[in-house]
Design a protein around this ligand. Structure first.
Ligand SMILES: [Zn+2]
Length: 248
C-alpha cells in the first residue's frame, strides 16, 4: 500500500512539483518548477559576456570573445561553430546538474532546457540548426542509470525549438570516468569513442549537439567530429553548464 502511495506521489510530483529536486524541501502549492526559490536565486545564467568558442562566461564588460583563457589550450577547437552554455558549473547550477545525472531527478531536464533555449535565442542559433542530437552514454552506463541525462535535456530542448531530436550517435565503448583523468588523458579517452547509428541521415544537416556539462570539451569534440565525418554541414554545441576550473 505504501509503495502505491509512493508511486502516486511520484506521479503528482511530475505533474505539479511538491518538493525541491535539489534540497528536498516542500514547495508552495502551484509551483511550476521543481526547485525552491532559494535554489532558483542561486543560479546565475551566462549573460552578454561569454566565449562563443567554448561557452565559458567572461568577466563583466569583456563582451563576446572567440577564444578565452578557458579554451586557449585547445588548439584545434571543438569541431563546433559555436558553443552555448546556460551557465557556469558552480553553485546551484552544478547541484541541479548533479541531481539530474545521479539523483534520478529527470524533471530537471526541462528546466535546464528552458535556460539553454534562452541562451540559444539570444544568440540567434535556433535559425541555424535543423536537428538536435544528444551526446550518448555507453549502452552499459545508460542501462545502469536508466536514462541519459543529455538525452533528457536534448528532448526537451528539441520541443522548444520545434526540431526533431535524433539519437544519431552511439558510444562505442565504456570509457573511464572523465572526471578522474587529466585533459590529455580525456582527449585520448574519447577519441573515436562515437559512431553514427545506421540509418541516421546527417548529410548537409546543421546539428545542435547537446550535453549536460562541458569540461575540457574532449567529448563534445569527438562527437562533433563523428557527425561531420558522416556529412553534417555544421555542428553547434549546447550544454547546461560549462566547467572551467577544477575539472569537475
Ligand atoms: Zn573560450
Amino acid at each position: 500500500m505504501r509503495a502505491i502511495a509512493r508511486a502516486f506521489s511520484a506521479v503528482l510530483d511530475v505533474a505539479l512539483p511538491r518538493h525541491c529536486a535539489v534540497t528536498g524541501e516542500p514547495l508552495p502549492p502551484g509551483s511550476s518548477v521543481p526547485l525552491s526559490s532559494v535554489v532558483m536565486r542561486g543560479v546565475s545564467l551566462i549573460g552578454a559576456d561569454y566565449c562563443m568558442r567554448c561557452g565559458a562566461p567572461q568577466g563583466e564588460g569583456v563582451g563576446v570573445t572567440k577564444g578565452c583563457q578557458a579554451c586557449t589550450h585547445v588548439k584545434r577547437g571543438f569541431g563546433t561553430t559555436e558553443i552555448a552554455a546556460a551557465g557556469s558549473y558552480a553553485d546551484e547550477l552544478a547541484e541541479i546538474c548533479l541531481a539530474l545525472k545521479f539523483g534520478g531527478e529527470r524533471k530537471l531536464a526541462s528546466v535546464l532546457a528552458a535556460w539553454i533555449y534562452g541562451v540559444l535565442q539570444s544568440r540567434g542559433i535556433p535559425d541555424k540548426v535543423d536537428l538536435v542530437v544528444p551526446v550518448p552514454l555507453s549502452a552499459l552506463r545508460r542501462l545502469r542509470r536508466g536514462y541519459n541525462q543529455a538525452e533528457e535535456i536534448a528532448r526537451e530542448l528539441a520541443k522548444l525549438l520545434e526540431l526533431p531530436c535524433v539519437g544519431a550517435l552511439r558510444r562505442l565503448r565504456d570509457t573511464p570516468r572523465q572526471a578522474l583523468l587529466s585533459p590529455a588523458q580525456r582527449r585520448a579517452n574519447v577519441r573515436d569513442a562515437f559512431a553514427v547509428r545506421p540509418g541516421a541521415e546527417l548529410k548537409g544537416k546543421r546539428i545542435l549537439l547537446v550535453d549536460d556539462v562541458l569540461t575540457t570539451g574532449a567529448t563534445l569534440h569527438s562527437a562533433a567530429r563523428t557527425l561531420k565525418r558522416a556529412g553534417a554541414k555544421a555542428v553547434f554545441g549546447a550544454v547546461a553548464a560549462r566547467a572551467t576550473g577544477d575539472g569537475k
